[in-house]
Design a protein. Structure first.
Length: 302
């Protein structure tokens, strides 16, 4: 199987390229307009095939591609690849524009090609195991950043989207209502608090991008038990007065702890065995829909 990696920025260098380069069953083709980056990384990972444009990549007869470019380029690249019969994995979000997102989802279904969004938190072991510990009735997730306010749409659709998708995954039920509160300063959004309400479950998502720390914390309550996942790698279990802490072993690689080995394996397995990915492209659209609702409600307040 021949797979293209489009865009060799930070996330591609840290996550996708190290994992994909280990796969003996695939031929990897690197694609970026930055010739210096292309040369350095192809030598470092001993990858023979490189191209500078998506059209050149298509001419290489690839079976699938990972799109890890700037978000603004996602739509045009995804549309071209699907139109040429190529399966796609898109690093979240599909697009900042909701109408473009819907067009990619519809095109994937029309062409019958596999399309998957890179919501890696669904594959993180410490997050995934929460659903196996009982149905959550109250879920809280904070994903805060140090001194990084941003424009509303970029804040929500590029970053907070991970919070929305993770909460949806943990809820395991349809979101029936969304409530939004926020704080804005000038043209930028400082903080956002949302409630997702489902059958027998309320989840709360928080992002403060004008705070004193970068952190990610999930609190998952099932009634008599509460589990707190800190930085996605450590779980503290509270049961009455008992406290138990579980961590990864010293030799577990970071990209396994953060779900990248698992999500990449899942996408490749879906292609090899003609299976629908989980999350499906339709399920990922629901996450984008909620984000669009949050953007519109937040913009409408000012």
């Amino acid at each position: 199987m021949k797979i293209g990696l489009i865009g060799l920025g930070d996330i591609a260098k840290k996550a996708y390229l190290p994992v994909l380069s280990e796969k003996e069953e695939i031929e990897l083709v690197l694609c970026t307009r930055n010739e210096d980056t292309l040369n350095k990384l192809s030598k470092k990972y001993r990858i023979e095939e490189t191209v500078r444009t998506v059209d050149e990549l298509i001419n290489k007869k690839i079976d699938a591609a990972f799109i890890s470019t700037a978000t603004e380029a996602h739509f045009e690249i995804a549309e071209k690849l699907l139109a040429n019969g190529i399966h796609i994995y898109i690093d979240k979000p599909i697009s900042l524009d909701y109408q473009e997102t819907k067009r990619i989802v519809n095109l994937a279904k029309q062409t019958g090609k596999i399309a998957m969004v890179g919501f890696n938190r669904r594959f993180i072991p410490k997050v995934k195991e929460l659903r196996e510990l009982g149905k959550g009735n109250l879920i809280l997730m904070q994903k805060n950043r140090y001194a990084a306010p941003d424009y509303i749409r970029r804040f929500v659709v590029e970053d907070f989207i991970h919070v929305i998708d993770t909460l949806r995954f943990l809820m395991g039920t349809e979101v029936k209502d969304v409530k939004v509160e926020c704080l804005k300063e000038g043209e930028t959004l400082n903080s956002l608090v949302i409630q997702l309400i489902g059958e027998g479950c309320i989840s709360i998502g928080i992002m403060n991008r004008n705070g004193g720390v970068t952190e990610e914390i999930i609190e998952y309550s099932t009634g008599k038990d509460k589990y707190v996942v800190n930085s996605l790698v450590e779980t503290t279990h509270f049961h009455n007065k008992e406290i138990h802490i579980s961590k990864f072993g010293d030799w577990e690689p970071t990209l396994y702890k953060r779900g990248f080995y698992q999500i990449i394996d899942h996408f490749i397995d879906c292609i090899q065995n003609n299976k629908f990915p989980d999350p499906s492209i339709d399920d990922s659209l629901k996450t984008h829909e909620i984000c669009e609702r949050i953007v519109r409600e937040t913009e409408g307040r000012f």
